[in-house]
Write a protein that binds this ligand. Structure first.
Ligand code: AMP
Length: 143
């Protein structure tokens, strides 16, 4: 199974914001959409960074005066690890485990075409394991 198949099931919608967006709006969007991260894009839609709920917590812990009026560019991660549609689920699990992040934007020909969260990966993994168990039970039963 690769990312293209996963995107077919979950859709290609990606919530994005610009680097000059205020943290107040970023937090409101995270809450309203019940998502864990927003991809930050430049003028031409190019990837500029990612902001996740973890960054919000870190920023709050460091701040004396609050973060609502800061721009997201002050708190986002700029060095974003991305994947392609051809990336496999196993590779994705490795990326997320090694990098200790739970979101990976999907880039195809320089364009943002989706985002995979750890929840999407786990959901797929459980479905695969269940299918294997069912197949094995059948195999042993008819053995
Ligand atoms: P998360 O686990 O996604 O909430 O993110 C944990 C930390 O990793 C935060 O500082 C994020 O900005 C950062 N992060 C999230 N996704 C990525 C990614 N794909 N590449 C690099 N950093 C990321």
């Amino acid at each position: 199974v690769n990312i293209a198949q996963l995107l077919k099931a979950k859709g290609r919608a990606v919530t994005t914001a610009r680097p000059n967006a205020k943290m107040l709006d970023i937090i409101a969007t995270l809450a309203a959409k019940r998502i864990g991260a927003i991809v930050i894009v430049g003028e031409k839609g190019e990837l500029a960074g990612i902001i996740s709920e973890r960054d919000v917590i870190l920023a709050l812990a460091k701040s004396d005066n609050g973060i609502f009026n800061d721009t997201v560019s002050e708190h986002m991660t700029r060095d974003v690890v991305t994947c392609q549609e051809s990336t496999t689920i196993d590779e994705m699990m490795e990326l997320m485990t090694q990098g200790r992040f739970r979101h990976v934007p999907v880039i195809e020909d320089g364009a943002l075409v989706g985002i995979i969260s750890i929840g999407d990966v786990v959901k797929n993994h459980i479905a695969e394991v269940e299918m294997e168990v069912t197949a094995m039970r059948g195999y042993f039963a008819t053995g």
